[in-house]
Design a protein around this ligand. Structure first.
Ligand SMILES: [Zn+2]
Length: 105
């Protein structure tokens, strides 16, 4: 399977995979074991602090998290989401680091 380069193709693929609104497809990689690795990322990279409610776009770090593991047709699909961690923009906030939440329907 080839990786979509044009935006509208990515949108079609995202719809096909049932991705939540605001989530973009990054790549689809067939692994040697036959599992289809689907990498996704939030379209809008920003977090809302659970401690004080301040919005932050200061990305602190990120890591890949598996959010879905499902068979699609005759293939196993593993969805990996690029989770961003933010630093709270409020210096008085005790939360300091907040983790992006996966957008759901
Ligand atoms: Zn905060």
């Amino acid at each position: 399977m080839d990786v979509p380069h044009r935006h509208e193709h990515a949108m079609d693929r995202a719809t096909f995979l049932g991705l939540p609104e605001g989530v973009d497809l990054v790549s689809v990689t067939p692994s040697p074991s036959g599992v289809l690795l689907v990498d996704v990322v939030s379209r809008r990279v920003a977090g809302s602090c659970p401690g004080c409610g301040a919005r932050s776009e200061r990305v602190h770090s990120s890591y890949a998290r598996t959010v879905a593991d499902a068979p699609c047709a005759d293939r196993q699909v593993t969805m990996r989401w690029r989770v961003h961690k933010f630093r709270c923009s409020n210096s008085r906030c005790s939360q300091q680091i907040l983790t992006e939440r996966f957008p759901t329907h």
